[in-house]
Design a binder for this molecule. Structure first.
Ligand code: NAD
Ligand code: UFG
Length: 345
């Protein structure tokens, strides 16, 4: 019989790609999302790719009564919890909304997992918990630093809530995945990232500039202590990131966990500078990007990349896509969104 998985935030960017991977791996998916940062039409894209239309329930994870109706039907024994608000800058302006949404949603989920004996939880964490480490690459043992934003703090506190709950209650197992920088789209260009308003993240800004929606890309700072002076990140293909969730679930369901709470870095292990992204994007998509170099962005860390060895060895998971493929997929998705002719591979 197929294993059922509840995916909160499943119409979002990472959630939707993960739902595709789950369906392709034979899981039965139920999505719950309040559509605060996504659209129901994403389900059409998932269906077009997989041939399967996942169950969808529009509900808010802060609403425990609505959530309980789902648990009551008993159709899943695992949860992947993506639902959260994620805009760093907005979280500084509206800290209570971020604590309320991100923490209450998680507390509701764990409370119902206890009540209904649902054992498996995969949680979306972030490399933001490491801040700027003294030593790179970051391993899972790299100390977590005080968060730089309320958003980052919700990830740190969420990890602690999960760790403590797993320890205290004994019925729940959990894997927290610390994502590095997810980019790109499904190669079909049927699903991808749907940023609202002016993007804060690099890739949607790059693709929107290439499409003429934004006039010019600002590259924030060229005077960092890095080989080319630009910031460095570990950009992970969204489809590879999605596959890590299937590996984590398989590990839990297959009783292969070494501890009841485990943490994995999900990155490529390669640090790439902002300028390398821009130049590679231009090259693989055969276009020129309008960009200018401006001052540093407040709060940016200089350099960050993962040591993914633990995930490689224990989850059997590897980042497989090349940066070329990923930046092609990002542009194809933008072409589709903008109604442009999608370039052929
Ligand atoms: P996203 O905004 O595209 O997806 C989140 C989804 O959750 C959206 O569809 C939104 O409508 C939904 N949602 C938000 N609050 C909800 C609530 N209370 N109830 C029900 N649904 C709710 O974001 P994403 O990039 O797919 O991120 C998914 C998860 O990964 C988040 O927890 C985010 O913090 C984490 N994460 C993202 C990144 C990144 O760079 N994208 C990096 C590290 C961690
Ligand atoms: N950048 C630019 N111009 C832009 C946007 C970004 O030069 O218009 C640069 C930034 O300065 C940074 C790099 O591109 O050096 C990446 O920036 P992003 O905003 O895409 O990503 P960050 O690493 O700063 O932050 C992201 C998420 C956070 C999350 C963090 C770690 O936005 O929520 O990754 O997962 F915490």
């Amino acid at each position: 019989m197929k294993q059922g998985v509840l995916v909160t935030g499943g119409t979002g960017y990472i959630g939707s790609h993960t739902v595709v991977e789950l369906i392709e791996a034979g899981y039965e998916v139920i999505i719950v999302d309040n559509l605060s940062n996504s659209e129901e039409s994403v389900i059409d894209g998932i269906e077009a790719i997989t041939g399967v239309r996942p169950d969808f329930v529009k509900a808010d994870c802060r609403d425990i009564v609505a959530l309980e109706e789902l648990f009551d039907k008993g159709k899943f024994n695992s949860i992947i919890h993506f639902a959260a608000a994620k805009a760093v800058g907005e979280s500084v302006e509206k800290p209570l909304e971020y604590y309320h949404n991100n923490l209450l949603s998680l507390i509701n989920i764990i409370s119902l997992m206890r009540k209904y004996n649902v054992p498996n939880l995969v949680f979306s964490s972030s490399c933001t918990v490491y801040g700027q480490p003294d030593v790179l690459p970051a391993t899972e043992q790299t100390p977590r630093l005080e968060a730089e934003s309320p958003y980052g703090n919700t990830k740190r506190i969420s990890e602690d809530i999960i760790r403590d709950s797993v320890k205290a209650y004994g019925t729940i197992k959990s894997i927290a995945l610390r994502y590095f920088n997810p980019i790109g789209a499904h190669p079909s260009a049927l699903i991808g990232e749907l940023p609202r308003g002016v993007p804060n993240n690099l890739l949607p800004y790059v693709t929107q500039t290439a499409a003429g929606i934004r006039e010019v890309l600002s590259i924030f700072g060229d005077d960092y202590n890095t080989p080319d002076g630009f910031c460095i990140r570990d950009y992970i293909d969204i489809n590879d990131l999605a596959a890590a969730h299937v590996a984590a679930l398989d590990r839990m369901i297959g009783s292969k966990m070494k501890e009841s709470y485990e943490v994995f870095n999900i990155g490529t292990g390669r640090g790439v500078s902002t300028m390398e992204i821009v130049k590679t994007f231009e090259k693989v998509n055969d276009l020129n990007l309008n960009y200018r170099i401006t001052g540093r962005r407040a709060g940016d860390i200089e350099a960050m990349w993962a040591d993914p060895t633990y995930a490689n060895e224990e989850l059997g998971w590897y980042a497989r896509k090349s940066l070329y493929e990923t930046l092609r997929s990002a542009w194809k998705w933008q072409q589709r969104l903008s109604g442009l002719e999608i370039s052929k591979d």
